[in-house]
Design a protein around this ligand. Structure first.
Ligand code: SF4
Length: 334
């Protein structure tokens, strides 16, 4: 059976006045029903662009995105409708994504009525209330008549999550969905999302710059570490956190003193030292070599390393790691 979603050699180049910007390069990832995948990296690494393409919000410049084995670009209208219902995107900023002049009821009822899930106002009211209960906004009646400005940031994000559930999706793509929330509220929303994943069997692609959130939310899933538009390490989240292989992943983890989502630190995946190179002037060879503590002359400066199987489903794009493990290039992360 094909994976629920697969990205096959996906790239995205933005054409700008100052030249092309290769935001995402040759990313291959896959996710089965009910699984969770975290995309992690510093800002500008391409994780949000990758997520937007996976959600069908942007078309790749190259490569293919498949949902249940069907290329998005080749879908007929029935398949595209199913894709739009089944794959939902949750934005970073719930305030911007909710209509300020709609009550919570109206926000939730609109897709329920439009897609025939609720035939009457009473059915829509009951279904909206049930959705609020699923995202732990109880009693639901207290929230249905409220407007976004009458809610806290955490409550707004829960409403945004409830809206993403209206069409009974199979996959939710959440872009930094908790990063704007205070840490105490963030943990509560993460708990709700984890419960939804388990109770409803919904798959998640979770984009975050925060390694603690990746570890918490994708503990039972996989993680892809991105750097300058490419996946540099992929594997089970716990394996990567316990034993990072790529020098970039090691640096990210070393920059985080304590990986605990309940403490007050923002576990920003930003390493100090040399600044991140510009996407418009990518370094030759391995794009991480200007920051890499073990970069060597020759291949690190001249040849871009391919994502390579190293062990038990782990894939790493690094010449040195490949050499020490005797790995073979796989060309993808699925
Ligand atoms: Fe560092 Fe070379 Fe590996 Fe790149 S390929 S991460 S420069 S050791």
């Amino acid at each position: 059976r094909p994976p629920l979603m697969a990205l096959r050699g996906v790239s995205q180049v933005f054409r700008t006045k100052s030249g092309p910007i290769p935001a995402v390069r040759d990313v291959s990832l896959a996710l089965d029903e009910g699984q969770v995948l975290c995309l992690v990296g510093e800002s500008g690494c391409g994780k949000t662009t990758t997520a937007r393409m996976a959600a069908g919000l942007a078309e790749p410049s190259d490569g293919a995105i498949e949902y249940k084995g069907v290329d998005l670009a080749a879908m007929n209208s029935r398949q595209r409708t199913e894709f739009r219902r089944s794959v939902q995107f949750v934005h970073q900023d719930p305030y911007a994504s909710l209509n300020p002049i709609r009550t919570v009821y109206s926000t939730l009822a609109s897709p329920l009525r439009k897609h025939g899930i609720a035939a009457t106002k009473q059915e829509a009211w009951d279904a909206a209330a049930a959705l609020l209960e699923q995202v732990d906004l109880t009693p639901a009646e207290n929230y249905l008549t409220k407007y976004p400005h009458q809610l806290s940031g955490g409550q707004r994000q829960r409403v945004a999550v409830a809206r993403s559930l209206t069409l009974r999706p199979r996959l939710i793509i959440a872009d930094e969905a908790t990063s704007m929330l205070d840490v105490s509220i963030r943990v509560g929303v993460l708990r709700t999302l984890t419960k939804l994943r388990k109770d409803l069997g919904v798959g998640f692609v979770f984009i975050t710059h925060d390694l603690a959130i990746a570890r918490y939310f994708a503990a039972e899933g996989h993680m892809a570490v991105m750097y300058l538009g490419r996946v540099v390490e992929y594997g089970r989240t716990t394996d990567i956190i316990d034993d990072p292989q790529h020098p970039y992943t090691k640096a990210l983890l070393a920059a985080v003193p304590e990986i605990d989502p309940t403490n007050r630190l923002d576990h920003t995946t930003h390493i100090t030292g040399v600044d991140i190179p510009s996407l418009t002037a990518l370094p030759s060879g391995c794009t991480f070599h200007p920051r890499c503590p073990i970069a060597r002359d020759g291949d690190c400066h001249e040849v871009e390393p391919q994502l390579t199987d190293v062990d038990g489903g782990r894939r790493v794009a690094c010449h040195v790691v490949a050499e020490t493990t005797g790995a073979v290039a796989s060309g993808g992360g699925d």
